[in-house]
Design a protein around this ligand. Sequence first.
Ligand code: F6R
Length: 251
Amino acid sequence: ILYTVLEDHESASRHVAGLLVETINRHSPDTSGLCTLGLATGSTPLSVYENLCRRYQSGEVSFQGITTFNLDEYVGLPPEHPQSYLAYMRTNLFDHVDLDRSKTHLPAAHQIDDSHSAEAISRRYESEIENAGGIDWQLLGIGVNGHIGFNEPGATIDSPTRLVDLAASTIEANSRFFESTDQVPKQAITMGIGTILKARKIVLLATGAAKAEAVAAAINGPVTSDNPASFLQTHSDVLFVLDREAASAIA
Ligand code: F6R
């Protein structure tokens, strides 16, 4: 896995935003027309999105013609809940740029009910990605346990979009956004490892010392379900963008 180390969170975020702007502009409507991005949520990409909004405002980039697919969405939160990933994407990106809202997608986890199974919703997400021509450029974060999307340890290399249980450590880590741990959703619909590996290019952003072990295991360790990010070793176009702290355990 190729990786690049920048000084701190801000410079790593700027670097990723720059890569995204380059990709979008290369695919701009007057060239090939279509570009499909895979997007992540969480604390890590916040500065990336801030940076993209600024560059949009200054006329450096336009999101017209862009289609987006987010990695995951919590089960059990209404879409308008402030901690839903849909609300996150609206607040941090969608509401500030010229993305066509009908071309933005997140797993419709809130639609799960007696007549809409999680399996059917997951299958529909996979076919929406396929019908859009697949993902050109996928942004990832990484969990302290090596999860990508919500593919927790134990996930298999060919896993599709599906309903998953969140690991205890993930629920704990996410509880900082909720009033108490029992309000944190315990399940999500996530793109699978197999879904992620179909993206043509993958960029994983990780910053801070808490991610150092997971990053090192993903890069140097064996390819194993114990660290789902290690499956990225099997893809031919992956870049990790790290700050010094996140890179500190790489051999
Ligand atoms: C988010 C996602 C997760 C996060 C990971 C790290 O869509 O799929 O894999 O990237 O949990 O979260 P932060 O960035 O909050 O440390």
